[in-house]
Design a protein around this ligand. Structure first.
Ligand code: GRF
Length: 215
């Protein structure tokens, strides 16, 4: 199934959104970003969308009394411009199970760690504190379990002895995330990647463990 019309959800700097748009413009891609939605107003990701001429809207989570109401408003905003898949790109809200099930098999997230290591926040700091040799990012289908969905592909790099949480975060983005996410999004959008019986399948082959690239 081709998933060529993409909605991208953001919360902040929008570097992953920017990487997706750059990837798409380099070669005529079979997919397009039809809407960008942020849960926070005034963030850089919204300016990136506007500069690219993409409809950008804010569903401000602070305006809703609870998660269920926010998720319902978010779903309405997503459906206001029909799309085939939802891409979380630096989206920092936990989404409820009902919302997530609605997009099962057509919602991706990027998490800045080699899952299942370091779910949650401050992943770079935690990897450094543990003296890890490798660190990186994971692309996974979104399920109700936070950062727990089936991982499709990971990218990793060696942690340098001089790395700080900030330098490592910057390296993981610049050397890994900005290449890894566009590649996997392209697979989903072009119909090569699917979620079958809870497991990712690429070109019809089930992935029994995440694909891995060294950067
Ligand atoms: C990135 O580290 C990404 O891995 C995580 O959110 C952070 C910010 O993303 N999901 P962006 O710069 O807003 O795209």
């Amino acid at each position: 199934m081709k998933r060529r019309r993409l909605t991208v959800l953001v919360s902040g700097t929008g570097r992953n959104l920017d990487a997706l748009l750059k990837f798409r413009s380099q070669a005529k891609r079979r997919w397009e970003v039809v809407q960008v939605i942020s849960n926070k107003p005034g963030v850089a990701a919204l300016e990136i969308a506007q500069r690219a001429g993409i409809p950008a809207t804010v569903v401000d989570h602070r305006q809703y009394k609870d998660r269920i109401d926010f998720d319902a408003a978010l779903a309405l905003a997503i459906e206001s411009i029909p799309s085939d898949a939802v891409i979380l790109a630096g989206f920092m809200r936990v989404l409820g199970a009902e919302f997530v099930q609605r997009y099962a098999g057509r919602m991706l997230n990027i998490h800045p760690s080699l899952l299942p290591l370091y779910r949650g926040l401050k992943t770079h700091q935690r990897a450094l504190e543990d003296g890890q040799q490798w660190h990186g990012a994971s692309i996974h289908f979104v399920t109700p379990e936070l950062d727990g969905g089936p991982v499709i592909k990971q990218g990793r790099l060696r942690i340098s002895p001089t790395d700080t949480p900030e330098s490592l975060a910057q390296r993981v983005f610049a050397e890994v995330e900005c290449k890894l996410y566009p590649e996997v999004v392209d697979w989903l959008a072009s119909g090569r990647l699917e979620l079958r019986h809870g497991r990712p399948a690429l070109d019809g082959e089930a992935l029994h463990s995440p694909l891995l690239s060294d950067y």
